[in-house]
Design a protein around this ligand. Structure first.
Ligand SMILES: [Zn+2]
Ligand SMILES: [Zn+2]
Length: 264
């Protein structure tokens, strides 16, 4: 097998004539950041698994905001789809920025300092990933804040690409990563799929299943990549659903979880 030396593959991975993502020899595709109808997505677990299968994604993580239920379901039924699953969640920290917890088994308390969130993830044997940095959204961290986080913690990985990142933002991020990669961990890329656009940005890893992926993140042998999966523009109904859930339902869920300590 030929090992890829770079952290980020600039030329998009092509699709086969059946729409599957073509991978370099010995590597498989992981999609590690996806949402379902239980948080603010429009797709069910089953729909995401079908899409993952059709695009040749070998490892899928369902990472609903501050929830784990859909991710546990993914893990229970994924073998019916020939897909391997990682249980995870996208956790809201005290400053509203998001951290992905992968390979966890219960929900991580929200609105904590980033280093506390990372500790909680690792105490379950999980891996802590910086979600979609350098996006101009409240859930994303910027350069100044990320530098501040690095004074208090390290990470197991970072998303070097996501669908809303500009070319300029990606260039700055890759530069930042090269300067701080020891503390930032493995290079990953994810689609942050809310509307079924799995596979637009992916993580390549040597091997085939979730265990191999875990080893690859630990060994930092993953590669962030973009693909020729077409970017779906969500229709107005899906966008309204997403807005309603993220601006109304999720904030209420979070306050309840914070008060009662109960997460779903
Ligand atoms: Zn997010
Ligand atoms: Zn997300």
């Amino acid at each position: 097998m030929h090992h890829i030396k770079t952290s980020y593959l600039k030329s998009p991975l092509p699709l086969s004539n059946t729409g599957r993502i073509c991978t370099p020899d010995g590597y498989s595709v992981a999609e590690l950041h996806t949402h379902t109808v239980l948080s603010d997505g429009t797709q069910t677990v089953e729909q995401n698994l079908l899409t993952a299968k059709s695009r040749g994604i070998s490892v899928l993580a369902t990472t609903d905001h501050d929830m784990i239920q859909a991710s546990l379901t993914t893990s229970e039924i994924c073998s019916n789809y020939g897909v391997s699953a990682v249980v995870g969640s996208e956790i809201t920290t005290i400053g509203q920025q998001h951290i992905l917890g992968l390979f966890i088994n219960t929900c991580i308390p929200i609105f904590r300092r980033v280093e506390t969130t990372v500790q909680a993830i690792r105490s379950q044997g999980g891996l802590a990933i910086v979600a979609h940095p350098f996006l101009p959204f409240p859930g994303a961290t910027n350069k100044r804040r990320l530098l501040n986080w690095l004074e208090h913690t390290t990470f197991d990985g970072i998303e070097l690409d996501s669908p809303y990142l500009t070319n300029r933002g990606r260039e700055q991020l890759l530069e930042f990563y090269e300067d701080h990669k020891v503390a930032l961990g493995a290079p990953l890329a994810s689609s942050d799929s809310h509307f079924g656009n799995l596979g637009a940005k992916v993580t390549l890893f040597p091997g085939t299943d979730a265990n191999d992926l875990r080893t690859a993140i630990k060994m930092r042998t993953t590669v962030a990549a973009t693909t020729n999966v077409p970017q779906l523009k969500p229709n107005i109904r899906d966008r309204l659903h997403n807005n309603y859930r993220s601006l109304f339902s999720l904030p209420i869920y979070r306050i309840k979880a914070l008060v009662t300590g109960k997460y779903t």
